[in-house]
Structure formats: C-alpha cells, structure tokens
Write a protein that binds this ligand. Structure first.
Ligand SMILES: Nc1ncnc2c1ncn2[C@@H]1O[C@H](COP(=O)(O)OP(=O)(O)O)[C@@H](O)[C@H]1O
Ligand SMILES: [Mg+2]
Length: 354
C-alpha cells in the first residue's frame, strides 16, 4: 500500500461559527480517502484550547472532555499524542481561523497548510479592506462608505446626514470584520439608521454602509494557486428579507439553484470576475466569491469573498464543484495538493531571501 499523508484537520474555533465548523469538518473528514490519508483531528474549543480528539464526528461529550493545550508545542508531545502532520487543513470559519491568525501560526511553524496565506486570509475577512483593494483593481463593488467608531462617537448627527445624502433607502450597515450576517441591518427608515450603526459597532470598530442592491445573489467557487479556476455559478434564494443568520443556520429554508439559471455571457462574466477577485486579494487554494446581480441595471457587483467557505455536504462551495465535475473527495485531494504546492514555492523564496 502506498504511504498515507497525515492530514491535521483544525476545527471548532473561537468564532461564532464554531458549530458550523464542526459540520464542515465532519464533511471534509468523511471525504478524505482513508487509503490516502491518515487524519489527525485537532479540536479548538470556544476558549481557544487545542485538543486531539478521535475525529470531527466525536460526540459533544468527547469534545468537552480533557484538558487540552493553550498553544502548539510543535516539537513536544501531548500525553503521547503528537500534533505533527504532513499538512494542516483549517476548517475554521470567521475570526481566529479564516482571518490569517491560524495561518500565521502555521507559517511560524513552517508547515504546509490548505487555503489562503496570512495576507489573503486577513483581507478576505475584512470587508472594508477587501472592497478597497477590489475597487482599486477596477473590479465592481457595491458603493460603500467606511465609518470608524471614533468619528461616529464624535459626531453622530453629522455622519447620519452624510450617510443619508450619499445613500438612498434601503441601505445596509455591517461590521467590517464578521461573517454569518451577525450585526447586519437593512435600514429601511431614517429613524432606524442610528440603531443600525450602534448594532454594527458592537462587533467591530470599523463599519460599512452600503447601497442596498435589489436583485439576485450569485456565488462562484474558485480553486487553485497561481492559475485559479472558477466553478459554475450558483444562485441563493433567501427565504427572508435578506440572507441573515437564522436563514443561514436556523431555518435552513434558503433555496440553492445549482447551476444558476443565467445566459452564457453572464456565466462567463461571473467566472472571470471571481478569478480576478481571487488574484486581486492574494488568495490561494480556495475561495467562494459572492455577487449581487442588480435587477434594474443588470450590473454585477462582487459582494464579498470567503476564504474558508462552508464545507458541509449541502454547502455551496463543494456543491458548485460537484456541478462542475469535481466531486467532494477529488476536491479535497486538489486542496491538499495545492497546499503542498504553495508550501514548496514559498519555501524556495524564503530560502533565497535568507
Ligand atoms: N449591499 C447590499 N445589498 C443588498 N443585500 C445585501 C447587501 N449587503 C448584504 N446584503 C444581504 O445580507 C447578507 C449578508 O451580507 P454579507 O455582506 O454577505 O455578510 P456576511 O459576511 O455576514 O455573509 C447577504 O447575503 C445579502 O442577503
Ligand atoms: Mg455573505
């Protein structure tokens, strides 16, 4: 039998998307071919402790049990269970996982890992920075304004006037740095604007105000390093006013249309923009790029990128690849190969620079 690759799955984590990560990791785990991979399951608690568990399918009791480690002792052993693996696969959504922090730990350790590096991950998590960069690359983003908490506290009335002059109702207010629709408000009446900003500032000191787009929501999966490829686009049909937290994780009534019903030219445009966004943001491995297609103008806007998109069996990222001819097990094979490839090319550069 050929030698197996030891893959460490990192899941759970300190963000609000802890539970989604468990479901994503379970799906990745089930799709790792046991003839090729040996899996090391590293569960990160909500408090940030690391534990070696049997698999992402471990019971809640097993996850809760045991002491765990505060930080990675790369060379030591934790009660006989080493944390060493050939490659690390962060299946962590949101802050402390998708935002470059875990990628920094893995860079420091000098080990290969799946997905975007520190810069791409950090950019992907920060909506204000990613939109600024996409815009400067000439890519279409929804008109927006960034409001810092300090300036908001100094002159609320002045800022509200500015926002109202710049944006027609309804507009959106969102924290720059979160996911899962947490802290996002669709403002339909003037009198609700101040409360919407206050809500967003509970989660971040940087907030985005955006033109509200009436239209369709499209998503496209990207895979690759230097020569990324895009999947067929899919469409998401929120069951509520917008695709909010309960729609994503509680009601589960969101409709997915895969592939999206679109004319061929539009499909090509979505795929071209998805790859361009991936490149502009220094991404690697994988990303899901989300779009709005405006009803009245027919214009396509890039809404956001997710560098560790949902990975459950019913998530858009793997389903769009399946619809494009790449099934889940082959997809994880590719992601792991891309992680090794990126590590090799980076190591050469690092050594040259020494
Ligand atoms: N500018 C906007 N116009 C219309 N709908 C929006 C806008 N911004 C956000 N939404 C709605 O809110 C949802 C969540 O916003 P998004 O920016 O994708 O944040 P998250 O990172 O939490 O997914 C979107 O899927 C969409 O339904
Ligand atoms: Mg989103």
């Amino acid at each position: 039998m050929a030698q197996t690759t030891r893959v460490a799955l990192l899941f759970g984590g300190r963000s609000a998307e802890h539970d989604v990560s468990l479901v994503s990791a379970a799906a990745v785990y089930k799709n790792l071919d046991p003839r090729k991979y040996q899996v090391l399951s590293l569960y990160i608690t909500k408090a940030g402790r690391w534990k070696v568990v049997s698999s992402p399918l471990a019971s809640r009791r097993e996850l809760a049990r045991g002491r765990g480690l505060d930080f990675l002792p790369w060379t030591k052993k934790d009660r006989g269970v080493g944390l060493r693996a050939d490659i690390y696969f962060p299946v962590l959504h949101g802050p402390f996982g998708e935002d470059g922090t875990i990628q920094g730990v893995l860079e420091m350790a000098g080990v290969p890992y799946v997905g975007a590096g520190v810069l791409g991950s950090a950019l992907g998590m920060d909506k204000a920075s990613s939109k600024a960069l996409l815009k400067s690359a000439g890519l279409p983003v929804v008109p927006f304004r960034v409001v810092l908490e300090t300036s908001w506290r100094k002159d609320r009335a002045g800022l509200l006037r500015l926002v109202r002059k710049e944006f027609r109702l309804p507009f959106f207010v969102k924290p720059s740095n979160l996911g899962s629709s947490v802290g996002i408000t669709k403002v339909k009446k003037d009198k609700n604007a101040a409360a919407a900003l206050e809500t967003a500032f509970r989660y971040d000191r940087k907030v985005l105000v955006e033109k509200g787009i009436a239209g369709r929501e499209l998503e496209c999966s990207v895979l690759g390093n230097e020569e990324p490829e895009a999947s067929v686009p899919g469409e998401l049909i929120p069951s509520r006013e917008f695709y909010d937290y309960s729609d994503k994780y509680i009601d589960g009534k969101t409709g997915f249309v895969i592939p999206a019903r679109l004319p061929a030219a539009r499909v090509a445009e979505v795929r071209r923009l998805a790859v361009a966004a991936f490149r502009a943001l220094n991404l690697a491995g994988m990303a899901r790029v989300d779009f709005f297609l405006e009803q009245t103008s027919g214009r396509l806007y890039i809404n956001e990128v997710n560098t560790i998109p949902g990975f459950t069996e019913i998530s858009m990222y793997p389903r769009l690849w399946a619809a494009s001819g790449l099934r889940f097990p082959a997809l994880v094979d590719r992601l792991i190969a891309l992680g090794f490839e990126r590590h090799r090319t980076r190591r050469v550069c690092v050594e040259r620079a020494r």
